[in-house]
Design a protein around this ligand. Structure first.
Ligand SMILES: CC(C)(COP(=O)(O)OP(=O)(O)OC[C@H]1O[C@@H](n2cnc3c(N)ncnc32)[C@H](O)[C@@H]1OP(=O)(O)O)[C@@H](O)C(=O)NCCC(=O)NCCS
Ligand SMILES: [Zn+2]
Length: 222
């Protein structure tokens, strides 16, 4: 059976001394973020990846070899990869998550934004049958239902490494109040889980596998 560990850290856990374990490219990316919260989320994602993969492989965090080459342009801003395990990083609002799996994984966390133009974004990202379902919701419930759709779909597209550039509407998932599942997708078998974080954030985990994995969720402690 495939296994997935999901680790969560709060954005307030970031510390400047974590920069010591980053490589030159990661430090450059960190320096380019202008908002402190973006810096903190990126730093935590790298730190969790280096420390948790390093602990598994008995390698010092700074010596873990990570490949983020983008499939489209080759720049180091793509899905993070390393030898021996499958990884997915996600950050939004207060949280940073890392999934470590025995098969390709995709993790997505999103802060529910009740102020966003839900209909506008949904029109560009949901499939026709999903848009029909979304019409049943209003106000804050609609923002939440849309975010549930989004996390489920983005988790799947992050598992393949395509990202949302592939078009979120190309994957159809179950309705927000139904158990997570893939309704239509042409990328082979996949399993979907919703993950509980807090009332302001929703998260989903996808794994490219024919059977449901065992999933263990934990808080990253430093
Ligand atoms: C990359 C993408 C998945 C990020 O989505 P998001 O909701 O803004 O952010 P998340 O926090 O959930 O995910 C970010 C993480 O996804 C990972 N990631 C980047 N590209 C990815 C991809 N194609 N597939 C899976 N994971 C990816 C990275 O680890 C990144 O973390 P990092 O920036 O700290 O290294 C999304 O923006 C996307 O798919 N963009 C389109 C891809 C694209 O345009 N590629 C061409 C660029 S030339
Ligand atoms: Zn790119």
């Amino acid at each position: 059976m495939n296994q997935v560990e999901v680790w969560w850290a709060g954005v307030g856990q970031a510390r400047a001394e974590f920069l010591a374990d980053l490589n030159a490219v990661e430090r450059e990316r960190h320096a380019r973020y202008r908002r402190e919260a973006d810096k903190a989320r990126f730093l935590l994602g790298v730190t969790m990846t280096r420390r948790l993969v390093g602990a598994r492989m008995s390698v010092a965090p700074a010596d873990v070899v990570l490949d983020r080459a983008c499939r489209d342009c080759g720049k180091p801003h793509g899905k993070v990869r390393t030898e021996g395990v499958e990884l997915s990083v996600s950050h939004s609002g207060e949280w940073v998550g890392l999934a470590i799996g025995t098969a390709p994984v995709g993790l997505d966390v999103e802060r529910v934004d009740s102020a966003q133009d839900v209909d506008g974004v949904a029109g560009m990202s949901l499939a026709p049958e999903e848009l029909q379902v979304l019409k049943q919701y209003d106000g804050a419930a609609k923002a939440r239902a849309f975010t549930r759709y989004w996390t489920r779909k983005e988790a799947l597209l992050k598992a393949t490494g395509d990202g949302i550039g592939a078009g979120l509407w190309t994957v159809v998932v179950s309705a927000p109040d139904e158990p997570p599942g893939v309704v239509r997708w042409d990328s082979g078998p996949a399993q979907l889980n919703d993950l509980e974080i807090d009332e302001h954030h929703l998260a989903a985990l996808a794994i490219l596998a024919a059977e449901p994995p065992s999933v263990v969720v934990d808080q990253f402690r430093i």
